[in-house]
Design a protein around this ligand. Sequence first.
Ligand SMILES: C[S@@+](CC[C@H](N)C(=O)[O-])C[C@H]1O[C@@H](n2cnc3c(N)ncnc32)[C@H](O)[C@@H]1O
Length: 204
Amino acid sequence: MKKENIIEEYFEYRDKIGDRTGLYRMVAKKYSITSALYPGSHIDIAPSLVIPQVRYVDNFRGAIKFFTNIDKIKKHIDENSEYEEACDIAFIGQDYTGELNIAPVDLIISQFAGFVGQATKKYLKTGGILLCNDSHGDATLAKFDQDFAFIGVVGTHHRIINTKLNDYFVLPRNKEVDLTKVKEKMKGPTYALTAENYIFRKIR
Ligand SMILES: C[S@@+](CC[C@H](N)C(=O)[O-])C[C@H]1O[C@@H](n2cnc3c(N)ncnc32)[C@H](O)[C@@H]1O
């Protein structure tokens, strides 16, 4: 149900997906992130609580409508953010595979929204971070992409783990990962060891 109060609508969405503020906080702190791009964000505005400049992109009608209330969203973020300056939020209501008029960012967030890392890595600074899950196979594509180095996973209580990384993205009986199938099915393979989120650094 769409709410009169736009922030209530966000709270309802947050209840559904779980509060990711802790996840974004931990990643922002660890990698000194001050700017981010969130393609396929829907209305998950939690990054703005911990990252001063965030660009959200989504082409879903409901998300476009939500972000027409940008002043109310900014007011809520300014009242609750964990940094000193005023928030800098912009929403782009289009397909993220199209050209985006944005400056390179420190972080790209990819959550349940297709091959975000592949489509938007050109907007990530070299040395920047891709935070993604493997729900649609985006983490798998990053793992096998020479532009990215796999540097960590996010464990329980948002702890960033960077040990034993060779144990991830391994299929049972060491079967080879079929990237064509991942792209076709838009689904991450069932690995022997998984994490909710994976962290990559853009290295070139
Ligand atoms: C399952 S929702 C996930 C939303 C949010 N990332 C989250 O985790 O709560 C996927 C979102 O990605 C958006 N999306 C998927 N493909 C897109 C594309 N090519 N361009 C823009 N938005 C896209 C959809 O409109 C939808 O809002």
